[in-house]
Write a protein that binds this ligand. Sequence first.
Ligand code: HEC
Ligand code: HEC
Ligand SMILES: [Cu+2]
Length: 412
Amino acid sequence: MLEGIKGVSTYAANVDNAFLIVTLITLFLFIVTIGSMLYFVYRYRSSKNAPEETKNIKHYTPIEIAWTVIPTILMMIVFYFGLESLRVQRTMPNDTESTIVKVLAQRWSWQFEYANGKKTNELTIPVNTKIKLLMTAPKDDVLHSFFVPAFRAKEDIVPGQITKLWFNVDTKGRYDIQCAEYCGTRHSFMRSFVNAVSKEEFNDFLNPPKKEEQKSGLDLINENGCTGCHSLDGVRLVGPTFKDTYNKEVVIIENGVKKTIKKDENYLKNSILKPKSQVVDTYPNIMPSFEGRLEDKDLEIILNFLKGEKEKKEPEASGLEIIQNNGCTGCHSLDGIRVVGPTFKGIYNRDTSILRDGKKLNIKANEKYLINSIINPKEDVVETYPNIMPPFKDILKEEEVKAIIKYFKGLK
Ligand code: HEC
Ligand code: HEC
Ligand SMILES: [Cu+2]
């Protein structure tokens, strides 16, 4: 809760000093004025002083000078510390010696883009590095303000212009970002975080180390020597071919007894782990057991391969990530709540009323409609909602829109 009380940027101390000095001067003036007022109220109270005893002083030069000169000096002190901390804050470091991050503020979300094009909705930065933010908002958006209390850093963001801010953070941590310029209904939700991490962690974040590639079924079959005895193309080698093997009928010899069975998953698994227990008729009983030689997950991949299943490839980024990184959740909820736009929960194939060319239509939110609602939202506007959704035509790639739709389908 008290996050942000302690300043963590290199210039936080300048700002805190300026603040402290203003506070001390204010306190001093408060004591001088209120103190003397209280003293006079007491000293010249009516019960002890007849009115005529009070002198009517018209002019007293020394005090006139004192209360002109002293406040002037105090103001100069405030000015000096204010200017000094402002100068540090507003002197931008060179591009070459700083890490540049582009910031896009839009109703009601933040997007951060790093030098290599990676985009996120929380800002991740290395510590002890000068960070320079180039900030903007879409032309048809409104004013926002980037504010990180713990850095003592705040700067307005103006649609269609680029404003700059820099800081150098010396302590790792997670710090609040809050939009500090009232920007409409969801202004108070326009928040995010800065994650200040070590330089190594930042590099890993920018270029995530590749996970060890999962071997494909074919690789595993080759590596384990299966193809020395089994063909993939239907030819009979030492053992039966793997081609279309799944769910076919086969005659086996089990405990000396011949039977016909279906090659289901259990049978295939058993044939690999305990090949001697069920031997395919007309074949020699020479297959080695792979029990203990194959990891469970590799065995599963081989079984999937034998079953003819396509290997699942992870999509580049999930629909949910794309939605979060593009600020959709600033206006759309995932849990059924009406925010600025309709909730995404249950959106796929939902009945909805839209206005198209001013005419009301009742439609089903099918794939085509949803894609169009994302890339070209002005065409069909959902009834009772404002027509403020920005078009994502040039922002999202086709695969990204597809990933979003796929995510919608699962969001029942
Ligand atoms: C030394 C040769 C050899 C190697 C190596 C070998 N197999 Fe076999 N395999 C056979 C023979 C021979 C049979 C048929 C006799 C039997 O059922 O044991 C067979 C049967 C099978 C069957 C049942 C086939 C059917 O049509 O019913 C499966 C499944 C199988 N092998 C998978 C594998 C896998 C997977 C590997 C590698 C991890 C492998 N085999 C390695 C020789 C081999
Ligand atoms: C500034 C707020 C805002 C942002 C940001 C925003 N939307 Fe919208 N969206 C709306 C509003 C308001 C509507 C309803 C009016 C309309 O159809 O244009 C809407 C409508 C939609 C619809 C049609 C909904 C329905 O029930 O038929 C879809 C789909 C949609 N948005 C997806 C997205 C996606 C995906 C993103 C992010 C890439 C996004 N929106 C970003 C405000 C926003
Ligand atoms: Cu804002």
